[in-house]
Design a protein. Structure first.
Length: 242
């Protein structure tokens, strides 16, 4: 189909991305253009939505046609890498912010960003197969550079339903949580990261581990459910060297 390229990233949208966790140094290196085309419905622009893409990269028609099934307002979506291998990209309400940074590979990944929520992948994310990234209820997911996510990794701010105390009615599970993944983090196969969680630079989350509402220090390996420290003072390498 035919797409038209418009203005570069506006100052207001740049400020919004920065406030959500996008690095200014990343934005400075990107040639981003506002995009329009027949797959975007009549309500897209009047509702204040904006889609920016990196010039020269393919536009995923099949993903966008599903994303706009239901109307929303003030969404900001920036695609700075080839996401043609992504399985789904859904925006679940007004004022959703998604930035998928450069040099990323996202095989069969699924994204959901709810109203008032943000997903920021600053770049260099390698998700080998079927990662699920879900921000909702005003929560946010921010990943720094050099992420390695093995098959079936789940990164989600909240559960999809409310869990409450039977007597008091108090909510027991996270709502609008914040997740931050430092630089050079390895999430092993089937790992789950959820709730208000921070994982430090150079750390590793073991296979089938769950990190929920925890702070993992830099250069630390954790494993288990719930995750516990199994070794400190570590780092990891992309190649399988002796």
């Amino acid at each position: 189909m035919s797409w038209s390229f418009g203005a570069p990233l506006s100052a207001a949208h740049r400020d919004r991305l920065r406030s959500c966790g996008t690095f200014g140094s990343v934005l400075d290196e990107l040639d981003l253009c506002l995009l329009d085309g027949s797959l975007l419905p009549e309500w897209w622009q009047p509702n204040g939505n904006a889609l920016y893409v990196r010039r020269g990269f393919p536009v995923p028609d099949r993903l966008l046609s599903v994303m706009v099934t239901y109307p929303f307002s003030d969404a900001l979506l920036v695609l700075a890498t080839d996401i043609s291998m992504v399985s789904s990209l859904l925006l679940g309400g007004d004022h959703a912010t998604v930035f998928i940074g450069p040099d990323s590979y996202l095989s069969a990944a699924e994204f959901y960003c709810g109203a008032g929520s943000a997903i920021i992948l600053n770049g260099g994310v390698v998700a080998t197969s079927r990662a699920m990234v879900d921000a909702r209820n005003g929560g946010s997911i921010v990943a720094e550079h050099e992420q390695l996510w093995a098959a079936n990794v789940v990164v989600t701010t909240d559960d999809m339903h409310r869990l409450e105390d039977l007597v008091t009615g108090e909510r027991l599970n996270p709502y609008g949580a914040q997740i931050r993944l430092g630089r050079h983090v390895w999430l092993c196969r089937d790992a789950i990261v959820t709730g208000n969680t921070e994982i430090g630079e150079g750390s590793v989350v073991g296979s089938r581990a769950m990190v929920r509402g925890q702070k993992v220090a830099a250069n630390t390996a954790v494993a288990g459910t719930p995750a516990r420290v199994i070794r400190e003072g570590i780092t990891w390498r992309g190649e399988d060297a002796p």
